[in-house]
Design a protein around this ligand. Structure first.
Ligand code: NDP
Ligand code: 8X3
Length: 254
């Protein structure tokens, strides 16, 4: 599918910031937004990957840990105008019951998915407003709409993302800033490898017998919502593989 970014008032390429663009959904989104006419600034911790991507898409790369307030503020200070912020950096660490919770897993999930999203959003809000037609797209999850056993560290963080998105929508009413949340189900990326501490075999089992979404499916959703006419706000999208009806109800052909 091909989409076109809405034009800016001075005819320059609209600027998009994509966090977590060194792999998976963020990387695919950066590529698709560039194809739609955005100048994309890709941000994450693995700078070598970002540099290659930025060269490929004629964008810019920024080494950024979204949990680091000083780094986020310095990053934002260099970008006076932003048309689109895709808050994608995030992920899950571990799968334990609340009784067996691992403090460090919870801390990283909340710091990345929730606190980091707030830091980046807060720092870029003036630049989004200055663009005259800003847009914040938060990548949440089906885990923000449902809860499942052994997932509370992640599901609670993604539920918090829903609350942040809804709050932004009401707080920014009257300003030229669109707000959208996209909540995917299973997408085969590095997500499960990261969740299971690098155990690729365990990660593969998550998608056994199912055709999962791929990163490009969500990139397509982001690019579509970001290229609607300026008077339209897509508030929320929940996107799953056909074989997944809920976080825990999956039709596996084994
Ligand atoms: P990946 O593991 O492939 O990508 C995660 C990205 O987040 C990487 O680019 C990683 O980059 C970045 N990231 C992680 N921590 C930080 C940090 N502290 N600072 C900056 N960047 C960070 O997974 P996905 O592409 O699948 O995940 C993208 C988003 O989609 C996440 O928010 C995830 O929760 C969400 N999601 C994923 C689903 C799935 O099934 N895959 C389903 C629903 C939602 P680096 O390590 O280089 O910093
Ligand atoms: C990833 C989807 O179901 O593993 O956000 O939580 S799930």
């Amino acid at each position: 599918m091909s989409y076109s970014a809405n034009p800016t008032s001075d005819g320059s390429r609209p600027i998009a910031v994509v966090t977590g663009a060194s792999s998976g959904i963020g990387e695919a989104t950066a590529r698709m937004l560039a194809a739609a006419g955005f100048e994309v600034i890709v941000a994450a911790r693995r700078f070598d990957r970002l540099q290659a991507l930025a060269t490929e898409i004629d964008g810019r790369a920024a080494a950024l840990d979204v949990r680091d307030r000083a780094a986020v503020e310095a990053f934002a200070a260099g970008i006076p105008r932003v048309s689109l912020l895709v808050n994608n950096a995030g992920g899950a660490y571990g799968m334990e019951s609340i009784a067996q919770s691992v403090d460090e897993h919870w801390r990283v999930m909340w710091e990345t998915n929730v606190f980091g999203l707030m830091l980046v959003t807060r720092a870029l809000l003036p630049a989004l407003e200055a663009s005259g037609a800003g847009h914040i797209v938060n990548i949440g999850s089906i885990a923000g709409l449902e809860s499942y056993p052994n997932g509370a560290g992640y599901t609670s963080a993604k539920h918090a993302v829903v609350a942040i998105t809804e709050t932004l929508r009401v707080e920014l009413l009257g300003k030229p800033i669109h707000v959208t949340e996209i909540d995917p189900g299973m997408v085969e990326t590095e997500f499960s490898v990261v969740r299971f501490g690098g155990d690729a075999t365990r990660a593969k089992k998550v998608y056994e017998g199912v055709e999962p979404l791929v990163a490009e499916d969500i990139a397509d959703c982001v690019t579509w919502v970001a290229t609607r006419p300026p008077h339209v706000n897509i508030d929320h999208m929940r996107v799953t593989p056909l074989a997944q009806a809920s976080a825990t109800l999956v039709n596996r052909k084994l």
